[in-house]
Design a protein around this ligand. Structure first.
Ligand SMILES: Nc1nc2c(ncn2[C@@H]2O[C@H](COP(=O)(O)OP(=O)(O)OP(=O)(O)O)[C@@H](O)[C@H]2O)c(=O)[nH]1
Ligand SMILES: [Mg+2]
Length: 379
């Protein structure tokens, strides 16, 4: 039987110390409020004196302790990597309480502390190199778990090339560029204000004026004030047909009236991905026209934490390509990778400013990779 007294400030502290020192089998025999021992204690708030006991003989306790220490020592000798430096654990006990066998244990613990310290010193080099590369990726706004995945994958490449080259290879493998052609019925959908209408105008300009295709514009954005005028103005300037639809039936008629055109671009109302009702409503319009391509339009300035919920919300529309906008508004381009990884769909193009029709760009994997790694910029 081991009996011990503890002077503590509260019972929580008592329980923690008892469990740590005597183990889970210990029981509390008594507790009482007392003044702190010593002269100063008279003027201080009362503390609790807790007496606890454990029905175990001391040798058994010490043997148990010794065998755990031996087991840890063996592991140490095999140099199993230590993840955390626990070397800061201090074993402090009042001098008068230390018996000779306890001091033996303390000595062994001290040795362990030194061994752990040495081991973690040895591991420092590796972890520093890793984290430097990871930090570089994270500084370019690649999300933490993605950066860690890239660094780990790169470390598995056995080729005799620099870490940077390996990282680039991994990122290149993660990017897919869309090769789908702009033809037939094309829908742009995405959160509010990301640049859907502006991008439709840019596309219409390029298709009609540069590629000389027969283009028609449809908007189902009858929700926002000024939305119709916005696209109608572009349609007027480019002299291309434009229709506004208010219902699913209208949509069928509008498509029918444009069936001889090469491309029909459909603009949609910006919806919050959290509003599943609105997304479902959008879906009913889109399903009616069986589009050739549905683009998720998303801004490169989207907060990383919001990317997943936007992608999740818009998945209901079965988008098959991604357009990333407003690359001119950011200086780090890791969000491109975050968006593409989250969406799991190829990148069609990026937009780089407010000017219609010129501010959009089709990019190659190499160009995207350079942007993501901070080796290139969009001014
Ligand atoms: N800097 C920058 N601004 C852009 C870009 N694309 C669009 N914008 C601007 O973003 C604002 C919103 O653009 P809209 O095209 O109206 O966006 P939207 O997605 O249609 O918005 P809603 O219909 O309200 O959901 C406008 O001021 C555009 O000029 C871009 O690539 N770069
Ligand atoms: Mg719009």
């Amino acid at each position: 039987m081991i009996i011990k007294k503890y002077i503590v400030n509260n019972m929580n502290e008592a329980m923690n110390r008892i469990r740590y020192e005597l183990g889970a089998d210990a029981v509390i025999i008594s507790q009482r409020k007392i003044k702190k021992p010593g002269f100063k204690g008279i003027f201080m708030p009362k503390v609790i004196e807790v007496t606890a006991a454990v029905d175990r003989n001391k040798n058994e306790f010490e043997n148990e302790m010794k065998s755990s220490i031996d087991a840890i020592k063996k592991v140490m000798e095999k140099k199993v990597p230590v993840k955390e430096n626990k070397a800061n654990i201090e074993v402090v006990k009042p001098k008068e309480e230390i018996t000779s066998s306890e001091s033996q244990i303390l000595k062994q613990m001290q040795e362990m502390k030194e061994m752990i310290s040495k081991l973690s010193e040895g591991n420092k080099d590796i972890s520093n190199t890793k984290s430097e590369l990871q930090i570089k990726l994270e500084n370019n706004d690649i999300r933490e778990e993605l950066a860690s995945k890239i660094v780990t994958k790169a470390s598995l490449i056995e080729e005799d090339v620099s870490e940077e080259v390996k990282i680039k290879k991994i990122i290149e493998g993660m990017i897919k560029i869309s090769d789908s052609e702009m033809k037939g019925i094309v829908v742009l959908a995405g959160p509010t204000g990301v640049g859907k209408t502006t991008t439709i105008a840019k596309l219409a300009g390029r298709l009609a004026l540069v590629e000389k295709k027969k283009v028609g514009l449809i908007t189902i954005d009858t929700y926002r004030i000024g939305a119709i005028e916005q696209l109608n103005t572009y349609a007027d300037i480019m002299n291309i047909p434009f229709k506004t639809v208010f219902s699913v039936k209208d949509m069928e008629n509008a498509i029918e009236s444009m069936k001889d055109l090469d491309v029909i671009l459909i603009d949609t109302t910006g919806r919050s991905s959290k509003n599943l009702m609105q997304i479902a409503e959008l879906k009913s319009f889109i399903q009616k026209v069986s589009p050739d391509n549905i683009y998720l339009v998303i801004s490169s300035t989207t907060k990383d934490k919001d990317i997943d919920s936007i992608v999740e919300g818009y998945k209901a529309l079965n988008f098959n390509n991604v357009i990333i906008t407003k690359l001119d508004e950011t200086t780090t381009y890791g969000s491109i990778l975050n968006i593409l990884e989250s969406a799991g769909k190829p990148l069609s193009f990026i937009t780089i400013g407010q000017n219609v029709p010129e501010d959009f760009k089709k990019v190659t994997i190499d160009e995207v990779c350079k942007l993501i790694l901070g080796e290139d910029f969009i001014c």
